[in-house]
Design a protein around this ligand. Structure first.
Ligand code: B12
Length: 466
C-alpha cells in the first residue's frame, strides 16, 4: 500500500449554455465511480459545481430548481443566436476556494455530461491544473465517450476514459498507487451491490437513480447503446432498499429515475418495484424527467404509478409522422399514446401512498422531438395540434445530433460543422443553423405550444371551479 495521499477528488463541472434547469439532476456516473473507489479502500471528496452550497436559486414545482448562474461571453460560433449565455453553477472563486481547502489528492476525476457542455469541463480542468499542476486528471462521462478524440486533444486531462468508468478508474487508481486486487470481485460488486455515493454531499433534498443499464431499443437519434451494449435490470428489492435509504437516511422529498427504458419488461421490473414501495409505505415524490415508453402503460401500471407517488411523468413521442415513428423503431404509435393517456387519467382518482399530502396533482407531459433531420415544420405543427387535441401538455424537446448515432450521419450532411465542433450539437444551435429552418420559425413553433398549453391549463382550472 502507498504511504502517500489516499484521497481522490471528484469534480462535477459547470454547464455553459443558453438555458439549464435542475430536474433533480445529480452526476450519477461520477457518484458510481466514487462509490467504487470508496468501497475498495480510497478516500473520496466531491466538489459539485452544480450543487448550490448556499448560493441563491429559485425553487420550482415538485422540488425542481434553477441553478445559480452568471452571464458569460458566448463562444463566437453562437454570435447569431439572440440569447444570453451563462455559466450555470457556483462562482469560479468558490470553486477555487473549495479546491484549495481539500488536502492534495493523488488523482482527480472529472465527469462530463452533454457533449456541447465541454467548455465548462475545460474551464474546470484549467483551474484544477493551476492549483494541482502535478496531479493526474482523469476525464470520463458522456462527452468523454461520445467525443473521445476531441477530449483527448483539447481537454487538458491526462487520461480520457470511454464508457462505464467504475472498473477503469479503480484500475487506474490502483496502478498509480501500486495496489493490486481481484477485479472479478469488483465487477461482481458493481453489478450486484453498488449504489451511488450520495454520502459525499453535505445534505440532499432530491436524488436521481437508475434501475437498469443500457437500452434494448436502437433509436436512430440515441447513443445509449454506446455506453452499455447490454440491457441489464437491477433487482427490485435492491432498488427499493436504495430508495428507502434516501427517504429515511437523508429525508429526500423527490427522486428522479434516469433510466433509458424504465418501463421495459414491466412484470419483472417496474411492477415489483412499485408494489414493494407501496407495501413499505415509502412516501416520496417520484419523477421521470426522461421520457418513458407509453406502450407499457396499461391500467395496472397506471394505477401503480399513481399510488406509489409518481408526480412527473413524461411520455416520449416522435410525432404523428410515420417516417419519424419508424426512426424510433416504432417505439410508440398514436394509438399507444392515446391508450396510455387514457389509463393515466383514469388512475388519477386513486389516492397515492402519502395520503397526508394535500397536493396530489400529477404532471403529465408529452415530449415531442423537434428539429430532426428531414422533419418539416408542418409535421411539427400537426403533432403539436394532435397532442393538444388529446388534452395533454406538450413538452418540446429540441433535437441534439449525437455522435455515433444513425441520425448523426444525416445531420452532418446538413450541417458538417457538427462533426468537428461539439458546440454545434447544442440543441438550441441546431435549430438555428442546421436544418435550413430559421430561428424565428422555431420560436414561433415554441410560442404556439406554450399558448396551447396555457389554454389547456385554463380549461382544467375552469372545469375544476365549475
Ligand atoms: C438522464 C438523462 C437526461 C436527464 C438528466 C441529464 C443530466 N443533466 O444529468 C434529462 C432528462 C434532464 C436529460 C435532458 C436532455 N438530454 Co439526456 N440523457 C439522459 C440519459 C438517459 C442518462 C444519463 C445518465 O445519467 N446515465 C447514468 C449514468 C450512471 O451514466 P453516465 O453518466 O454515462 O456515467 C457512466 C460513464 O459515462 C462513466 N463516467 C461518468 N463520469 C465519469 C467520470 C470519470 C472520471 C470516468 C473515468 C468515467 C465516468 O462511468 C459512469 C458509470 O458507468 C442519457 C442516455 C445515456 N444512456 O447515457 C441521455 C443523453 C445524455 N441525453 C441526451 C440528450 C439529447 C438530452 C436533451 C438534449 C434532450 C432534449 N432534446 O431535450 C436534454 C438536454 C438537457 C439540456 N439542458 O441541454 C443525449 C446526449 C446529447 C449530447 N449531445 O450530449 C443522451 C446521450 C441521449 C441520446 N439522445 O443519445 N437527459
Amino acid at each position: 500500500m502507498r504511504d502517500k495521499s489516499n484521497n481522490i477528488l471528484l469534480i462535477n463541472p459547470w454547464i455553459h449554455d443558453f438555458a439549464a434547469f435542475d430536474l433533480w439532476a445529480k452526476p450519477l456516473g461520477l457518484l458510481y465511480v466514487g462509490s467504487t473507489l470508496l468501497q475498495f479502500g480510497y478516500d473520496a471528496h466531491l466538489i459539485d459545481c452544480l450543487y448550490n452550497y448556499g448560493y441563491p436559486y429559485k425553487e420550482r414545482k415538485f422540488g425542481k430548481k434553477s441553478f445559480y448562474s452568471e452571464q458569460i461571453d458566448k463562444p463566437s460560433i453562437f454570435n447569431n443566436i439572440p440569447r444570453t449565455f451563462k455559466r450555470y453553477g457556483i462562482p469560479r472563486d468558490e470553486f477555487r476556494r473549495r479546491l484549495k481547502d481539500v488536502s492534495t489528492p493523488f488523482m482527480i476525476c472529472v465527469t462530463s455530461h452533454m457533449t456541447y457542455w465541454y467548455p465548462g469541463v475545460f474551464e474546470a480542468i484549467g483551474i484544477i491544473k493551476s492549483i494541482f499542476p502535478s496531479v493526474p486528471v482523469v476525464l470520463g462521462g458522456i462527452y468523454a465517450t461520445l467525443c473521445h478524440e476531441h477530449a483527448v486533444k483539447n481537454s487538458g486531462a491526462d487520461y480520457v476514459i470511454e464508457g462505464a468508468g467504475e472498473l477503469e478508474v479503480l484500475k487506474l487508481a490502483d496502478n498509480l498507487s501500486g495496489n493490486s486486487r481481484d477485479y472479478g470481485i469488483v465487477r461482481k460488486w458493481v453489478e450486484d451491490e453498488m449504489v451511488p455515493a450520495y454520502e459525499l454531499y453535505p445534505e440532499l433534498d432530491s436524488v436521481s437513480v437508475i434501475t437498469s443499464r443500457g437500452c434494448p431499443y436502437r433509436c436512430s437519434y440515441c447513443a445509449s447503446f454506446l455506453f452499455e451494449s447490454k440491457f441489464t435490470l437491477r433487482r427490485p428489492e435492491h432498488i427499493v432498499a436504495e430508495l428507502e435509504s434516501y427517504v429515511k437516511g437523508y429525508g429526500v422529498a423527490d427522486i428522479a429515475f434516469f433510466d433509458d427504458a424504465l418501463l421495459m419488461d414491466p412484470q419483472r421490473h417496474i411492477i415489483p418495484i412499485l408494489e414493494l414501495l407501496i407495501k413499505k409505505g415509502i412516501c416520496v415524490r417520484l419523477h421521470t424527467p426522461n421520457g418513458v415508453h407509453a406502450k407499457y402503460i396499461d391500467q395496472q401500471l397506471a394505477r401503480l404509478l399513481r399510488v406509489s407517488g409518481f408526480r412527473t411523468i413524461r411520455l416520449g413521442f416522435e410525432g404523428t409522422s410515420t417516417a419519424l415513428q419508424k426512426a424510433s423503431k416504432n417505439k410508440v404509435s398514436c394509438r399507444e399514446l392515446e391508450s396510455a393517456l387514457h389509463h393515466l387519467r383514469e388512475a388519477e382518482d386513486h389516492r397515492h401512498v402519502c395520503n397526508d399530502h394535500n397536493d396530489t396533482t400529477w404532471d403529465i407531459g408529452i415530449y415531442l422531438l423537434i428539429g430532426m433531420p428531414g422533419q418539416t415544420v408542418g409535421e411539427v405543427v400537426e403533432s403539436i395540434e394532435y397532442i393538444n387535441g388529446l388534452g395533454a401538455k406538450i413538452k418540446l424537446a429540441e433535437y441534439s445530433p449525437v455522435p455515433g448515432t444513425e441520425e448523426f450521419r444525416d445531420a452532418s450532411r446538413l450541417c458538417p460543422e457538427v462533426v468537428g465542433e461539439p458546440l454545434m450539437q447544442n440543441k438550441s444551435t441546431f435549430a438555428t443553423v442546421g436544418m435550413g429552418v430559421d430561428y424565428d420559425t422555431f420560436d414561433n413553433v415554441k410560442a404556439m405550444a406554450k399558448r396551447l398549453n396555457a389554454r389547456l391549463r385554463d380549461s382544467h382550472i375552469n372545469r375544476e371551479l365549475s
